[in-house]
Design a binder for this molecule. Structure first.
Ligand SMILES: Nc1ncnc2c1ncn2[C@@H]1O[C@H](COP(=O)(O)OP(=O)(O)OP(=O)(O)O)[C@@H](O)[C@H]1O
Length: 598
């Protein structure tokens, strides 16, 4: 319930007066509906089926008013009033429904934006902890369930208002009969609590199954090439068959609970109505008109009771989704980077004069495990020089880069920029100074131009082509039918791996960063293009700080400094030739085995 209220409270403050105005409108509609029911009795009275004139009850006193009209026009007046009331009531209903939809959609947008903003402002460590598909699941399916839950909450609110007013009218007509019916309603509510509990439990299963479905499908589509080339289709189909069977069972289970509760509710209602009519006649000596009215009111109220019950079940089934969203938002807040709008605007790129320095840096991905991805790292990265980081797979090279970009925060030790330790304040400025090309280059599903302008929106045509020339991409872009305006497809799949790498390199260089980080950035290139880029990077030496991760050691021959990592520790440090000559060191061994392979 705590999670539900967490979203309902801002809903009330977001919608403000409009929600209460709508609720007031619903009260008004309920009153109109009550009056409509009142008018039905004189209509029947004129038909002669029921005689209310002999009663001395509240209703007959009210209907005496109609005696002032001439009998010939009496029925016409009542009929016109009835029609006008029903039309008026439905017009207001239409207006309120539109208002409610507007409220809900505005709030949905507000919530969606807040959640996504929170997510984007979260530290990198948060994303390394979570499966991407789980986050997508919360942002789509679970989010939709939360909005569904708020919508049902609105419906319950309007049903409750209607019910209370109709019960009020029933009380005015006959307190004893109304009390009896109300007690029956409360009893029904208590007895059907188990259905609400079951719906909540089922809702938790829905969340889990939805998460597994999206997670599995995302993984498989990401790895579809491997699945196909390893002939794994059948095992994947089996997986989906098993999961969808569970999903079906869960849906059937939900319908079973829903229909059982409806059956229980309707069967009990019919028993209560039978007892109620019997008691009204025998015990409460109800008059004809009064009895007719109460039956009319309650025949309208019972379906409301039923819908409140079924809506409560629906709302309970969405509670686990409220919890998921709540937990995600809270975790995002715990992992928030200090980057409010004011800070973002003031974060101009850093002018680095001396360099970066890692002092006693250690880092673990999971705080409760003993394994350190980096342990006591001490290095100086001098400005405008080329530093190469090498080591076997899993040595911690990418983790170290994430420390240098401020994405990962060291568990112990600090990163210094020109002697100033990295903190929330200069973290964004540092990132604005970096051009980064990762192992798995990412391009948006837009045109080449848009992908480049993303980094520097005001870049001129010449600057764009210069960057493409630098990364040896100009030639192939010119050959594309629409040149810079060619759409590159989802994650750049219409381009080869090497072409994608060259575009991402052009994008990184366009910013004219003071630090260029290349994480295996030329691994997918052919020898000719790799050599060209190598030369271009060489030319940058002296005007830019370059940090390179390389498996192919021949590509770092001209590095000013080589850092060798193994199992998260620095085991060698020095110039390329110096390390190559340390025959017992890992570097010379790596170099030797690569030369043999070549
Ligand atoms: N998100 C993560 N969660 C937990 N452990 C991780 C995560 N990312 C990396 N690691 C672990 O940290 C260690 C260092 O990984 P890292 O990716 O930095 O190595 P690397 O030297 O860059 O490897 P490669 O050359 O294969 O890219 C590895 O043992 C890896 O399993």
């Amino acid at each position: 319930m705590k999670h539900f209220l967490y979203y309902i409270k801002p809903f009330h403050s977001f919608t403000g007066k409009v929600l209460y105005f709508n609720l007031f409108g619903m009260v008004f509609i309920s009153l109109l509906e009550g009056i409509g029911i009142f008018l039905l009795v004189p209509i029947i009275n004129f038909s002669g089926i029921v005689n209310i004139n002999s009663d001395s009850t509240n209703i007959s006193r009210l209907y005496k008013l109609f005696e002032y009209f001439p009998p010939t026009i009496n029925l016409s007046i009542i009929l016109i009033m009835y029609v006008l009331l029903v039309i008026g009531q439905n017009l207001i209903q239409k207006y309120l429904s539109i208002q409610n939809v507007k409220l809900l959609h505005n709030f949905t947008r507000f919530l969606r934006m807040n959640l996504y903003n929170d997510l984007l402002d979260t530290k990198w460590g948060f994303f390394t902890k979570h499966r991407k598909s789980d986050l997508i699941n919360i942002l789509t399916s679970e989010f939709a369930r939360v909005i569904g839950g708020i919508n049902v909450y609105l419906q319950i609110l309007s049903s409750l208002i209607f019910t209370f007013i109709q019960i009020g009218i029933a009380f005015w007509l006959s307190p004893s009969m109304a009390t009896f019916v109300l007690l029956c309603g409360i009893l029904l509510g208590i007895l059907s609590r188990k259905f609400i509990k079951k719906s909540k439990a089922l809702g938790a299963r829905t969340s889990k199954l939805g998460e597994s479905y999206l997670g599995g499908i995302t993984d498989q589509l990401n790895g579809i090439k491997d699945i196909k080339s390893n002939n794994l289709e059948e095992s994947r189909k089996e997986w989906l068959g098993k999961l969808t069977k569970e999903m079906n069972q869960e849906q059937v289970e939900y319908i079973k609970i829903k229909t059982s509760s409806q059956l229980f509710y309707k069967a009990s209602s019919s028993i209560f109505i039978a007892i109620f009519i019997l008691l009204s006649v025998k015990l409460f000596q109800a008059q004809q008109g009064e009895l007719l009215l109460i039956i009319l009111i309650f025949s309208r109220l019972w379906p409301r009771f039923t819908s409140i019950q079924s809506n409560l079940e629906h709302m309970s089934s969405t509670m686990p989704a409220f919890k998921k969203l709540y937990d995600l938002e809270n975790e995002c807040n715990d992992f928030k980077e200090i980057n409010d709008d004011k800070n973002k605007k003031n974060s101009s790129p850093l002018q680095i004069r001396h360099g970066l320095e890692c002092r006693d840096i250690s880092f673990r991905y999971k705080k409760n495990e003993h394994i350190f991805a980096l342990r006591e790292i001490n290095i100086q990265i001098p400005v405008n020089c080329m530093t190469a980081i090498v080591g076997p797979s899993g040595a911690g090279k990418s983790t170290l880069i994430d420390i240098l970009t401020g994405l990962n925060e060291p568990e112990t030790g600090k990163l210094y920029i020109d002697g100033v330790s990295l903190s929330g304040k200069n973290r964004l400025s540092l990132r604005n100074s970096i051009g980064y090309v990762s192992q798995d280059p990412f391009l948006f599903n837009e045109s080449i131009r848009e992908n480049l302008l993303l980094i520097k929106p005001n870049a001129t045509e010449t600057q764009l082509w210069d960057a493409l020339e630098f990364s040896s991409a100009a030639e192939f872009v010119k050959r594309l039918p629409e040149g810079l305006d060619t759409l590159i497809g989802d994650r750049g799949v219409r381009l080869s791996g090497g072409e994608r790498q060259r575009l991402v390199l052009a994008r990184a260089i366009l910013r004219k960063p003071s630090i260029l980080i290349l994480d295996e950035a030329t691994s997918a290139l052919d020898t000719e293009n790799e050599a060209k880029i190598q030369q271009a990077i060489e030319r940058l030496k002296g005007s830019m700080t370059i940090i390179v991760i390389a498996h192919r050691l021949s590509t770092i021959r001209n590095a000013d400094q080589v850092v060798v990592l193994d199992s998260g520790e620095i085991i060698q440090k020095g110039g390329f030739l110096q390390l190559a000559n340390e025959s017992m060191g890992m570097f010379s061994k790596l170099l030797g085995s690569q030369m043999k392979a070549n």
